[in-house]
Design a protein around this ligand. Structure first.
Ligand code: NDP
Length: 365
């Protein structure tokens, strides 16, 4: 078992970056919050962004803004806070050609380095500072001093000073208040992807499937969805798990509930082994890099749009739309970015037609 290192604010000294120009490349969810936190430590911060609304926002926030390549030329440290999918192209075009010896490249997620989609030159430091917090929370938790956890690590230490620089930068973006856990690009990436692919789908499938048995005994769908999701009860349970611990928070429940939860938990032992087998397969796929290879293929993007198409129109997706309408909850469509595929597009993709049946039943219950 690896022993962990948890770095706190007192382990870091801003002195190590006080003369550096720090560029935040991308001024989106993470970029804006991290840049504002860093500036509050009196560090010279500049923004690299394409000329658009995000850049305007950075200007309105009082930052000097530049095109990405220009920002890289001016800076000593570059936080790459771009969407992971487009990062490689931008890195090759605008960032790598402008890197100087002893520059520092910082990633907020390990994916592109872990799977060698980006291979930085040897003459720079390469660091990871990955907040375990959404962008807006990075700023809020800094301002209210609550702090957030982060994963921090070093891939390349050309300056032979990378640890001090890492800790100073992590403190600058507010990532050491709760603590920065030492990690590697690989571990951060595998954990992140496994949380998405191993935990997420298993729990949502387990939530969707029993709806059928509840409706069969006459419970209205509206009541089921209010109980499961719309009431926000689950959110409270998760918050209690965070605040008090998964087992300890049980003591907040009445005795009948505690008995029901714990005694029936035992009945899932056999079933859970099957799920565990699936999760092991998913984990191997991530670790070996096969998932990254799969996601690079164009066909995966088509597959995604088809699954999303069906998930929103049949089964649980359809039910949710109907229930929300019945309860007068306004619909906000968040799916504009990926256009639904045309029927021809679906038919053309012969390679995946044998999976269409699975897609169709994705959210069935
Ligand atoms: P966003 O989607 O918020 O976008 C970041 C920036 O990228 C924006 O300034 C955007 O500007 C710019 N951008 C988008 N497309 C292009 C393009 N084609 N060319 C140039 N610039 C472009 O990203 P996030 O902040 O969510 O993620 C940044 C990094 O942080 C990622 O590595 C992510 O994995 C990591 N991370 C994210 C977390 C989160 O909660 N979101 C949590 C932890 C890590 P514009 O729109 O103006 O083009």
């Amino acid at each position: 078992m690896k022993s962990i290192k948890l770095f706190k604010e007192q382990d870091a000294d801003i002195f190590f970056i006080k003369d550096k120009v720090v560029a935040f490349i991308g001024y989106g969810n993470q970029g804006r919050s991290q840049a504002l936190n860093m500036r509050d430590h009196n560090i010279k911060v500049i923004i690299g962004n394409i000329p658009d609304l995000y850049r305007k926002r950075a200007q309105n926030d009082g930052f000097d803004t530049y095109n990405i390549s220009e920002a890289c030329q001016k800076a000593d440290v570059m936080f790459l806070l771009l969407p992971d999918e487009i990062m490689c192209d931008i890195y090759q075009k605008d960032i790598e050609p402008n890197l100087k010896v002893n520059d520092v490249l910082v990633f907020a997620h390990g994916y592109n380095i872990a799977f060698e989609l980006i291979k930085p030159p040897k003459e720079i430091d390469v660091l990871i500072i990955a907040p375990r917090m959404i962008g807006i929370g990075v700023r809020e938790c800094f301002l209210n001093k609550e702090g957030y956890f982060s994963f921090v690590g070093i891939k390349q230490d050309h300056s032979e000073n990378a640890l001090q620089i890492l800790l100073a930068l992590a403190k600058g973006v507010g990532g050491l208040t709760k603590g920065g856990i030492e990690t590697t690009f690989r571990d951060e990436t595998v954990l992140d992807l496994f949380t998405e692919q191993g935990f997420g789908p298993a729990s949502s499938q387990m939530m969707m499937k029993p709806i059928q048995i509840l409706t069969e005994i006459g419970i209205p769908k509206e009541a089921i969805l209010i109980e499961l999701i719309l009431s926000g009860k689950m959110k409270h349970t998760f918050n209690n798990m965070r605040d008090y611990g998964v087992i300890n928070q049980m003591n907040l429940l009445d005795l009948r509930t505690q008995y029901g939860v714990l005694s029936r938990g035992l009945r899932y032992f056999n079933v859970i082994n099957k799920i565990l087998e699936k999760q092991e397969g998913i984990l191997k796929h991530i670790e070996s890099g096969k998932f990254a290879i799969e996601w690079e293929k164009k066909i995966s993007k088509v597959k995604l749009s088809i699954i999303k198409f069906f998930a929103s129109r049949v089964g649980f997706g359809k039910l949710e739309k109907k229930v929300r309408k019945n309860l007068n909850i306004p619909e906000v469509d968040l799916w504009e970015e990926i256009p639904y595929p045309s029927l021809e597009e679906i038919q053309e993709k012969a390679k995946i037609t044998n999976q269409l049946e699975d897609f169709l039943h994705y959210s069935e219950f």
